[in-house]
Ligand binder design. Structure first.
Ligand code: GLA
Length: 782
């Protein structure tokens, strides 16, 4: 809801208030952002109060105010040249130089129907209301619109700016952040997600000290280096308590986020398109739109801030066709075959997948002409008839006949030097005319700023999608951009225009094929962001499928993104990423908190592993809606506690799935206490462990303590035995009250510690895990 009183704006969501006003110098300032406060007659008590200017400072306009010093004001739009010495959110340059001062002109409030959609960038869907504030720089006549979209139930405000040049003179935009706000608190810590290939979304915690913290990407995409999502939290805030602000950006290109604490300990936070190599020329009557930034606040710790973001993404980012729609369980042939496959091999894999209960078969890289390794073939997508003699139509038919849907991998934004497309259009790649372009993974980036390249990709991908019954697409992107260049001195617009090209392509293709499920991928999570999610409902989280490593990656992603958007697969062991061996159930337990897939050769597994997979899929299908769309909680982080705990809770609070993931097993382990949140205090719940099986190899020679005959733990007999026989995990089931679960009264069975094994010993091992299903058995009627 947006309240306006004499140019004071009080934006409220279910739990938050955002309070701004136009001050006596006509600047727009933030007076409060936090837990929802009441509407009152007179808000002046909440204003920042300046009764004298600080030394060494500039007074903006002494006629209007003797104290208005932009350097210490909580500006919603900051510029250069008028006494603000913090990092500005808007840097412009015209013939007069860099001096700009934007003052309030007017505002409008739009109800649902009037909400603006951006012309070339993704816009969040179905906002409740929109506030547009117009600010003008009187000398240059440049106008800046500040748009605030309100999403009441998500507790989210999305903000962007639009710059309109109403002057004959051209202006250069050197920096234009989407959102900016200044908070009165110097007790903050920043949590951002950093990483690299196969090691995405690692949490970094930095104390906010006087000075500037920067989180950005410069490689052309939102990147695995620094995700645009981040949190600014009170140092004392925990997972379930304390104040947390969270931010994201609906954009997939270079981005930049800043947190600056100034000399009077005001903290200015901003985010948007990165100013790195950015220089956008705006001629008379032209406009420039920034992507939307996304802001939320929680007074109940990190979980609530994440849940706000999840609600927003599930309801206002993901396309309506896939909104809250259950995602299929897939088998992907990549780690099963890599480039070496035949039609028969694929069909055999699909048959086994069907037997296990899998629903979708994804044919990954290597299906098209010349593509037998990663050195050739990208760009054309004509089927390789040696591998697929009946073409895509033929293989899709065979897969459909087995009873699975058929999905296909593409990497449309790229071209291999050794390809028909490159030979025909060497000028279509991103490069400087006089500089030898550099390759990444043996390929070049196609120049998506060019309309003919966009048209080619749209047509090429569309024709392939029409050629067979393809119901899923994995859209990959495997190298960062280098050698960026645009003609006529416009290179400063390259990265932004690349994104406009990308969004035009994916918007046209997804509109033409609305029922095809697209999964984004960029060597895993190199482009895991809200821009991609506007078109592709899910994104492959990481090429690292080792269950322990994935635990960190998914836990980081969950802070900003819901589990329904994260592709998560069970792979073979030892893991190709780190050569670690984890139990098949642990690999499932981690992947189960996402869009589940399998990516291994099912035909090379033992009967006991196939049995385990069948049981996993049965469990996942039985609870899929809850797992994919339930409210997600984290109760501990692996990096802090040597274990992690995740839970999904249904909206009616009648059922939950709780996962416990062990780090390194220690001797004399502590008692595990279960302390959950938000179950119904007065209800009774059944809490039961999903049965798992132990591979006998886990116990080595100790197996002889329970066997009637002695066998050699390294011998053939043991090898044969482990293919067919397993040992059941502990049995654990309780009837407990909701308040007991919420307050840590329930204790789990003792962990293994040089003991014997029976149904009362919880044998977890290094990286072991359990899932527990919790369902209400006696209703509290609340
Ligand atoms: C990238 C993806 C992988 C796989 C390969 C195929 O690395 O992240 O999942 O599709 O490309 O080349």
């Amino acid at each position: 809801m947006i309240l306006n009183k004499n140019n004071l704006f009080h934006i409220t969501t279910n739990d938050t208030s955002y309070l701004m006003r136009v001050d006596e110098t006509k600047h727009l300032v933030l007076e409060y952002y936090g837990k929802k406060i009441k509407d009152v007659e007179d808000y002046s008590a909440y204003y920042n109060k300046w009764t004298f200017g600080t030394g060494c400072s500039v007074i903006n306009n002494k006629e209007l105010s003797k104290t208005a010093n932009l350097d210490i004001m909580t500006l919603e739009l900051s510029t250069t040249g008028k006494g603000d010495y913090n990092s500005p959110s808007l840097i412009l340059k015209n013939n007069n130089g860099y001096v700009f001062d934007f003052l309030f002109e007017k505002f409008i409030i739009n109800k649902i129907d009037g909400i603006n959609t951006l012309k070339g960038l993704p816009t969040p869907k179905e906002a409740d209301e929109e506030l547009v504030i117009y600010m003008v720089d009187n000398a240059s006549k440049i106008e800046v619109e500040l748009h605030y979209l309100v999403f009441v139930a998500s507790n989210v405000i999305a903000r962007n700016i639009v710059i309109n040049n109403k002057n004959e003179e051209t202006v250069h935009i050197l920096k234009a952040m989407s959102y900016e706000l200044v908070l009165n608190n110097n007790n903050f810590e920043v949590m951002n997600l950093y990483g690299g290939w196969a090691g995405e979304a690692k949490k970094e915690w930095s104390e906010v000290k006087h000075g500037l913290l920067l989180n950005d990407s410069k490689n052309g995409v939102s990147s695995n280096r620094h995700n645009p999502f981040f949190m600014v939290k009170d140092k004392a805030a925990t997972l379930n308590h304390g104040e947390v602000y969270a931010f994201n950006l609906i954009y997939s290109g270079n981005h930049s986020e800043e947190v600056e604490c100034n000399f009077i300990s005001l903290v200015r936070i901003m985010g948007g398109v990165s100013p790195f190599c950015f220089d956008y020329e705006l001629k008379e009557n032209e406009s420039f739109e920034t992507p939307f930034g996304v802001l939320t606040y929680s007074s109940d710790g990190l979980n609530k801030a994440s849940q706000n973001m999840h609600h927003f993404i599930n309801n206002h980012i993901v396309s309506s066709v896939f909104r809250n729609k259950e995602r299929p369980i897939l088998i992907n042939n990549w780690e099963a075959t890599y480039f070496k496959f035949t039609q028969n091999k694929l069909v055999a894999l699909a048959k086994k997948a069907k037997e296990c209960g899998i629903e979708l078969f994804v044919l990954d890289d290597g299906w098209f002409k010349d593509r037998n390794d990663d050195s050739a073939g990208l760009g054309n997508y004509e089927v390789n008839e040696k591998k697929l003699p009946q073409g895509l139509k033929g293989i899709a038919k065979k897969i459909n006949k087995i009873g699975l849907k058929f999905g296909l991998w593409f990497e449309p934004e790229m071209v291999s030097e050794n390809s028909d497309l490159y030979r025909a259009h060497p000028d279509w790649i991103v490069k400087h005319p006089e500089i030898e372009p550099s390759e990444g993974r043996n390929q070049f980036s196609l120049d998506l700023t060019r309309t003919e390249v966009q048209d080619y990709i749209i047509e090429n991908v569309s024709n392939t999608l029409k050629s067979a019954n393809i119901e899923y697409v994995k859209w990959d992107y495997n190298r960062p951009i280098s050698d960026f260049y645009l003609e006529n001195g416009k290179t400063g617009e390259f990265f932004y225009r690349y994104m406009l090209g990308f969004y035009r392509i994916v918007s046209e293709i997804t509109k033409a094929f609305p029922n095809v499920l697209f999964e984004g991928c960029a060597s895993g999570g190199n482009r895991f962001d809200l821009g991609v999610l506007c078109y592709f409902p899910q994104i492959w989280g990481s090429d690292d499928t080792d269950a322990y490593e994935r635990n960190f990656i998914q836990s980081g992603l969950y802070l900003g993104y819901p589990q329904s958007t994260i592709g998560a697969h069970v792979s073979a062991v030892p893991s190709q990423s780190v050569l670690r061996t984890t139990q098949i159930d642990t690999r499932f337990n981690v992947a189960a908190f996402g869009c589940l897939g399998y990516e291994l050769n099912l035909n090379e597994l033992t009967p006991v592993d196939i049995k385990a997979i069948k049981a996993q899929i049965k469990f996942y299908k039985a609870h899929r809606k809850l797992i994919q769309f339930g409210t997600l909680y984290q109760f501990s982080f692996m990096e802090k506690a040597n274990h992690s705990e995740w839970m999904v809770l249904s909206s009616d609070k009648k059922e939950a799935v709780y996962g416990y993931f062990n780090g390194i097993q220690t001797i004399n382990p502590e008692t595990t206490t279960v302390r959950l949140k938000d179950l119904k205090d007065d209800s009774l719940y059944k809490f039961s462990a999903r049965p798992q099986e132990h591979n006998l190899k886990e116990f080595g020679g100790m197996i002889n303590y329970v066997l009637p005959v002695h066998i050699n733990p390294s011998g053939f007999l043991m090898y044969e035995l482990t293919k067919h026989k397993t040992m059941g995990s502990e049995k654990e089931e309780y009837i407990v009250s909701g308040d007991a679960l919420n307050n840590g009264a329930l204790k789990l069975k003792q962990e293994w510690s040089s003991t014997g094994v029976d149904e009362n010993v919880r044998v977890l091992l290094d990286f072991g895990s359990r899932l527990y299903y919790i369902n209400e058995v006696e209703n509290s009627n609340k």
